[in-house]
Design a protein around this ligand. Structure first.
Ligand code: NAD
Length: 261
């Protein structure tokens, strides 16, 4: 119950990695603000299940991470309903895969807005509340693509490199406070975001789902295994611990060896 009485906002937590992080933080006793898109009934069930299973308060805010004013409303609602913001996990993200010559301009704008600018807006809204109480944890979910590039992912790679720069700057600005800011850089995690890329390989190359999965892994991830949302959640939990107080501006690769190559 390390995080009892702490309040955590996790953006993009109706699915995948964000949901894995929300579960680990709730398991540790934190009250949770869920955010992200999805079916209203499913989101209500998710909220109820988390609250019942871990005995914590769980609210949901539907802020669209492309809209700065909605991000500010989410932070304000958190403070008015749950009293404070202690932990901010900037996780919401989307992907689009295409060579730069044909990369749709609206996908570039959306990826930069959701995967990068939303973190700026959320940090700007939340960090004064953390400074007030002298404690806070900001954790940005970047990617192996924040450290190295791949073809056909110009917007994603630019946004993820950008969020690592943002992480370092916020870490320096907050260095003398109890607020820390770090990035986590996952390799392949089998979530809907990656499933879409696997489905595209199956369709374009006429191979089976299993063949497409092992092709994806063998190209980049030496472990040959997907990283799990639970493993990312446990790393977030560690960064929220007192032991991590001096970890500032770091980019922690959890990528099965991807960026060691
Ligand atoms: P996912 O598609 O399973 O989940 C994305 C979440 O973001 C969902 O809850 C979705 O509703 C939400 N979201 C999307 N657009 C939004 C918007 N405009 N406003 C609010 N919420 C929005 O994806 P995931 O794989 O769990 O990805 C989560 C994060 O992890 C992303 O930042 C992604 O870039 C990063 N990441 C994923 C992988 C991977 O292999 N899956 C690897 C490295 C980094």
């Amino acid at each position: 119950m390390m995080l009892r009485n702490r309040v955590a906002i996790i953006t993009g937590s109706t699915s995948g990695i964000g949901l894995g992080i929300a579960r680990e933080l709730a398991r540790a006793g934190a009250d949770i603000v869920l955010n992200g898109f999805g079916d209203a009934d499913e989101i209500r069930h998710l909220r109820e299940r988390l609250a019942e299973e871990f005995g914590v308060r769980v609210i949901y805010h539907p802020a669209d991470m492309q809209k700065p004013e909605q991000i500010e409303q989410m932070v304000s609602l958190t403070v008015s309903e749950l009293g404070r913001v202690d932990i901010l996990v900037n996780n919401a993200g989307i992907q689009h895969v295409s060579p730069i010559e044909s990369f749709p301009k609206d996908r570039w704008d959306a990826i930069i807005a959701i995967n990068l600018s939303s973190a700026f807006h959320a940090i700007q809204a939340a960090i004064p509340n953390m400074y007030q109480r002298g404690w806070g944890r900001i954790i940005n979910i970047a990617s192996a693509h924040g450290l190295v590039a791949s073809t056909n992912k110009s917007a994603y790679v630019a946004a993820k490199h950008g969020i690592i720069g943002l992480t370092k700057t916020v870490a320096l600005e907050s260095a003398k406070s109890g607020v820390t800011c770090n990035a986590i850089c996952p390799g392949w995690v089998l979530t809907p975001l990656v499933q879409k890329q696997i489905d595209a390989i199956v369709q374009n190359e006429g191979i089976t789902l299993e063949q497409a999965k092992s092709r994806l892994l063998s190209e980049k991830q030496p472990s040959g295994e997907f990283v799990t949302p639970e493993q990312i959640g446990e790393a977030v939990l560690f960064l929220c611990s007192d032991a991590a107080q001096s970890i500032r501006g770091a980019s922690l690769a959890i990528d099965g060896g991807w960026t060691a190559q």
